[in-house]
Structures are given as C-alpha cells and as structure tokens.
Ligand binder design. Structure first.
Ligand SMILES: [Zn+2]
Ligand SMILES: [Zn+2]
Length: 365
C-alpha cells in the first residue's frame, strides 16, 4: 500500500520540478528544490518538511466518498492529510521559486506508527546532501478544536519504551498451591509494585506513565501455570526517570517476583525518544501560527505522552513539531485518532498548508 502512495508522491514531486529520491528508509520519498531568489544576507539554508504517509490496520467504519478502498487498512491517524498538505506546500514553493532562496527538502516518511520510519530515513541520509539546518513537521489533531494550533517549546510528546516481562514459577494443581509456585500471583504483585515508579520514585513535577497492557498466563481453571508474561510501556518527557526507568523496572520485577519464589526476565526496549522542540523554532512556529489563527488560539504549553518518531529529526537538527486542530463536533469530526470512525475537518488542511508554507519561507529568508 505504501509503495503505491510513495510512487504517487514521487511522480507528483517530479512533475513539479523536484529532484526526487525514492527508497529512502525503505519506501520513503525525498524531494529537493532550490529557490532561485536573490541572495540576501547570510548563508543559504536547507529546511526539511516532513509528512508521514502510513496507514493503520483498522477497518474503516465511515461511509464517506473518500473512505478507504483497501479492506482492513485505514488512514485512522490522518497521515493522508499530512501527505496532501506536503504536496500542496511543494506545489506552492515550486510555483514561485524565484521568491525564496536556499533549499527545501520534503521527507515523505513511511512507518511512523511504531516502525521508526524517521530513523530509517535518517540512516539513509535524508539529513545530508545538502545538509539540513532545521526540520518542521505537523500532525492534524482531533483532540484539538479546529482553529487552534499547538507549538510548544521543549518536549511536546513523550518517549516510548516497551517492555516484556516473563515470570517463571512452577506449574501444578490449582487445589494444591503449596506444591507449585504461582507466577500469576507474583505477576499481579509486580503490576501493583510497578506503579511505585510513578508515585514514589519520580519527581511529582516530572511526567511519567507506566502502563501494563498485556497479561498472558494459564490455559485451564484448575492448573497453576508455569509462566506468566506481562507487556507494557513507559512514557516520559525525558530527564532522570527516563534514564533510570529500565534499571528501576528490572529491580522491582526481580525483587518482587523473587520474594514470591519466581524467577523473572525483562526485555526492555527504547523505542522512540521524547519529541523536543527547539525553543527558537517553536517561537517561530507560534508566531506564524498566530498570523493564521490569532494569538489566543495558539497553544504554547500543550503536551501529551503519546509518541512521535519526528523526535529522531529533532535529536539531530533544531525544529518544531506542531499540532493543527482538526476536531469539529458540530460536523461530526470528533472521533479519536486510531478509531475506525476517525475523520477530520479538512479546513485543518488549509491551515496546515499555510503554516508549513510560511514556515519554510520565513526560515529560509
Ligand atoms: Zn497514530
Ligand atoms: Zn499519527
């Protein structure tokens, strides 16, 4: 599916006069264009604008003319809007390349949803040749009313870590627990104890979430199983608890499981770092957003512990990731992201195009 999207994007960019590279980070597409405007003062710069392209394995429940035609695959996060916004901005910048200078590089990115496509594109050189000086990205946001834009300095989205815990006891008869070692009881205590990371170990002014979301054990009502498996995620905005989370979690798991006679192993994976906006770039974004929606509708302190792999760009170059409100309950656009009913008010796309277009021009000036 992403192959078809990528080839459409590549064709469109090429037709607009962009220098196009495909297969960047598997199915990513990069489009480069240099402005031919009169050189001003200072060196010419390159700005990267990113649009993620991937869909989700969800069967769309909407019955609109533009509903997904691929069974079981749906743009339930709005990344199709990001692609449309990216292509519209690309067309505008190509139409009057004599009015700006420097270079604009579009990164149409695959696999944002848990696949770290941003990192794959970076490893394939998207930030080089020419070297990127700043990066901007946006997300249409159904938690935010249409007409609002969020451009928060510092961390705007959380880090994503994932863990799998295996607790090994000794299987036996449910009626004779003294002859077994119950991994389900141990796992239950582990789940409760893990919340002490949030309530007792973290600074109350820091952000931390520990969610155990999977618990697998047992096949029969009268059997104490041999093992129990837990899965979950740790979210933070970086800082001390982000650094210490793997060790603390592992210590709690082995301590609690050990006290109950079980052995435990922990597989802890750092998936995505926190999305941290550069202060100056966030200020620039907020200033341009205010031109579009008015100062009162620009949020500069909005944050969530949801994850976003644009963070990998922001670890390497200054930039800003903004949210563009797309919620409009009056027209029925208020289903949450990743819902089979997800749909946005497309006015948000107009705002997104203006924002990205002006950001690129302003940064390159
Ligand atoms: Zn999503
Ligand atoms: Zn998304």
């Amino acid at each position: 599916m992403e192959h078809r999207t990528a080839s459409l994007v590549a064709q469109r960019l090429a037709a607009l006069g962009y220098q196009v590279k495909t297969g960047v980070g598997k199915t990513g597409v990069v489009g480069l264009l240099r402005g031919s405007g009169a050189s001003g003062s200072g060196p010419e710069r390159t700005v990267l604008l990113r649009a993620d392209m991937d869909a989700l394995p969800i069967h769309e429940a909407n019955s609109v003319s533009y509903r997904s035609t691929a069974d079981g695959v749906m743009h339930a996060c709005g990344h199709d809007a990001h692609v449309a916004i990216g292509l519209a901005v690309a067309r505008r910048l190509a139409a009057d390349r004599g009015s700006w200078r420097g270079a604009v590089k579009f990164a149409f990115q695959p696999a944002e949803e848990g696949g770290n496509g941003a990192l794959a594109m970076i490893e394939d050189g998207v930030l080089e040749a020419p070297r990127v000086d700043a990066a901007f990205g946006l997300h249409v946001m159904n938690n935010l009313p249409l007409g609002q834009i969020a451009a928060t300095a510092g961390a705007i989205m959380g880090s994503v870590d994932r863990f799998t815990i295996t607790i090994r006891g000794k299987g036996g008869h449910a009626a004779m627990p003294h002859e077994a070692v119950d991994p389900i009881l141990a796992a239950s205590h582990v789940i409760a104890a893990l919340q002490s990371m949030v309530s007792r170990a973290a600074d109350p002014f820091d952000q931390l979430v520990v969610s155990v979301t999977q618990f697998r054990a047992g096949d029969a009502f009268n059997v104490i199983p041999e093992t129990a498996e837990l899965g979950g995620t740790v979210r933070s905005m970086g800082g001390r608890m982000h650094a210490e989370a793997p060790q603390r979690l592992t210590a709690i798991v082995s301590g609690v499981a050990g006290a109950l006679g079980c052995a435990a192993t922990v597989d802890y994976v750092r998936q995505t770092p926190a999305t941290v906006n550069d202060a100056a770039m966030a200020q620039l974004t907020a200033r341009i957003a205010a031109q579009l929606v008015g100062e009162a509708a620009v949020l500069t302190a909005a944050r969530t512990l949801g994850g976003e792999d644009f963070s990998f760009f922001l670890q390497r170059v200054p930039g800003c990731f903004a949210w563009v409100g797309s919620q409009n309950p009056a027209r029925g656009f208020d289903a949450p992201h990743h819902s089979p009913h997800f749909d946005i008010d497309e006015e948000a796309m107009r705002t997104g195009v203006e924002l990205m277009d002006r950001l690129a021009r302003e940064y390159l000036r």
